[in-house]
Design a protein around this ligand. Structure first.
Ligand SMILES: O=C(O)COP(=O)(O)O
Ligand SMILES: [Mg+2]
Length: 243
């Protein structure tokens, strides 16, 4: 197949050519943090404002980014573990989480940016007639206003957050709920995300999986993650998929 060159970063076209087309696809499930939006600067500001409230030293953007991906509760536990052993982490947990949520909501999206070719990729998927779901581990109360403010909501039939179901990614439950809602088989759906959470959830659900290389992935190389390919942008993902 011929991939469109438009919007590809340098060398990306070469990389994209080696990818195998995904056929018989009817829907996509797309991750939010690290895939559509670079929200690391929002996490950085909110976490460090929380830490300042408790007179804990600020953490670097890189450290905080490596803690993102498994939802707010895990993020706060990881952040507290920098200074405390497990028992003390639990002692501070409720107050730290509440302060973090207050700070995050007050700056939600102020420092976040769209990655290249997200909007063009989503537009192309929409024009292809793919059904579209966003599944993020971000709490719904953070994800909905953020996606509205950044012009992402309009593309998605449904947005599920980390608190939408009893289990979040890497558990397959949220993806299986999308399959049920769309009345599709998992193999008709491609899950696209920046981390092993997305890939493990996708594989366990029986979906196809594509990764993007520019997100967080718990500070680990995305090349180590099992998927059907690494696409440089969502536009490249759209070019690889067909109905
Ligand atoms: O908030 C998180 O932990 C990460 O969310 P994501 O699933 O959109 O990457
Ligand atoms: Mg992510």
């Amino acid at each position: 197949m011929t991939l469109r060159a438009a919007g590809l970063p340098p060398h990306a076209e070469e990389q994209a050519r080696e990818l195998k087309p995904l056929t018989g696809i009817a829907a996509v499930i797309i991750d939010l943090d690290g895939t559509m939006l670079d929200t690391a600067p929002d996490f950085h500001v909110a976490i460090n404002r929380m830490r300042a409230d408790f007179e804990w030293a600020p953490l670097s953007l890189q450290t905080i980014s490596s803690f993102v991906g498994k939802g707010s509760e895990n993020l706060i536990r990881r952040v507290l573990s920098v200074d405390y052993a497990d028992a003390k982490v639990e002692l501070h947990f409720d107050a730290a989480l509440a302060a973090y949520q207050r700070h995050y909501l007050s700056i939600n999206g102020h420092y976040a940016t769209l990655y290249p070719d997200v909007i063009t990729g989503l537009q192309q998927m929409q024009e292809m007639g793919l059904r579209m779901a966003c599944v993020t581990n971000k709490p719904v109360a953070f994800a909905l206003p953020l996606m509205e403010a950044t012009g992402l909501s309009r593309f998605f039939e449904v947005i599920y957050g980390g608190d939408s179901f009893s289990r979040k990614k890497p558990d397959p439950l949220p993806f299986l709920e999308v399959c049920r809602l769309f009345n599709l088989q998992p193999a008709q759906i491609v899950a696209i995300g920046d981390s092993s959470n997305d890939s493990e959830a996708g594989r366990a659900a029986g979906c196809k999986v594509l990764n993007v290389p520019y997100g967080y992935n718990h500070g680990q190389p995305i090349q180590n993650v099992d998927s059907d390919g690494i696409v440089p942008t969502l536009l490249c993902a759209a070019n690889l998929i067909s109905l």
